[in-house]
Design a protein around this ligand. Sequence first.
Ligand SMILES: Nc1ncnc2c1ncn2[C@@H]1O[C@H](COP(=O)(O)OP(=O)(O)OP(=O)(O)O)[C@@H](O)[C@H]1O
Ligand SMILES: [Mg+2]
Length: 439
Amino acid sequence: MKLQSQLNLAFTALMLVILGVTGYVIYSMILGMLIDNERTELQQKGELLIQVLNEQGQGQGSIEDFSNFLREQDLQLFLYDRAQDQVLMSTMPEQYVRGFSANNYFADEREELWEAGNNKFVTSRILIYPDRTTLELVLLTPLTDLQTVQQDFFRRMVIVFIIGTMAAVLLSYLLTNKLVTPLTKLKKQLKKIEKRKFDDIERIKATGEIKEVEQGLYDMATELERYMKSQQAFFQNASHELKTPLMTIQGYAEGIRDGVFNEKDKEKGLEMMVTEVSRLKTIINEMILLAKLDSEQAEYKDEQIRATELIDQVLDRALPLVSEKDITLNHSVDNESTFMADQEKLLRALLNITVNAIRHAHSRVNVTVEEKTIIIEDDGEGIAKELIPHIFHRFVKGKTGETGLGLAIARAIVEQSGGKIMVRDSELGGAKFVIAFPE
Ligand SMILES: Nc1ncnc2c1ncn2[C@@H]1O[C@H](COP(=O)(O)OP(=O)(O)OP(=O)(O)O)[C@@H](O)[C@H]1O
Ligand SMILES: [Mg+2]
């Protein structure tokens, strides 16, 4: 069932329960209230009658006169003599008098709802001249009169409730519609993501939690699009990187097979094939390493690494390249610095960056360690502006680059250890790589 229907149904059911209970309570209370009210009114009527009687002086006269006066009133009443336990006069049919007497209502003062046959009456008794006689006036109203009022009230109440429920359901529909519309729109956007139509995604106006979901969805789509593009670029670059050496190898191999090379060229061809095969091996090894670093399986044995020890290892390994290129490699290391990382892997990351720096430097490379930060910079030509945003992506390389995997590997390692890697312009004139570990 649709969310809107569910909400409306729940709301309508709630309304019906509330109105039902309210209706039942009111309906059952209303008769009691009407009876009380009627009794008070009868009491007032009776008192008024007696007052009128007194004013006209008829009360002083005989019972006969009194009865005549009462008979003229359009009321249902009895005149009852308590002392003789006798009904002196009545405006009601004889059968009622008999019925009431049989039930002993006249003698029992507490009984307020009198019954005769199938008829019930609300009663009120007023003593006439309480100090002089024992005459009592009993006024009655049939319960059916009150029940008619009750039914009438109930009918109106039902009509009001029906109109109220309809208005509430309409309101509920409008409100839920306002709530559900952005969700329906979100669903459409999800479909677009599913079909990878990232450019068609529209922003949706919403508030509160729905807005948060919308923002989350939008961020997810952006990230997914970025990821898919990078995957695509990765495969294109990877196949290109693998194809070039393979084509060289194929060319030389076919040449040698077909005997088109002289002895010297054949020798050179074989040499080239060995170089290209080892290059292929390096690329494939690096790709495997990267895949491992990215996946959960990559085993990181985090341990406390002393900065001095780590940098010594880097310098030892970089030394041959430094002397080959005839540059100066300076280092300044904070003796107290330590890092939490996998030593083998962090060494590899630092070597990748240092070898890059040495390769691109004109005359100087500086390695600095301060607290939790490692800085490697050089005085080379620096990194081309357009490369900077993608420099840590796979197979991204400059004009003089090799495979373009070194920095991607370095970033994967640093991030796995909870650190961050950034590239800046160095004051020396070249590139500056900053690796920062958390405190
Ligand atoms: N210190 C630097 N100075 C100038 N350019 C640099 C520096 N370090 C890296 N680069 C540029 O960044 C590119 C990517 O570097 P990365 O180390 O990822 O790949 P690579 O050095 O080309 O190949 P390899 O995978 O063998 O390391 C390089 O090709 C180079 O153009
Ligand atoms: Mg490199």
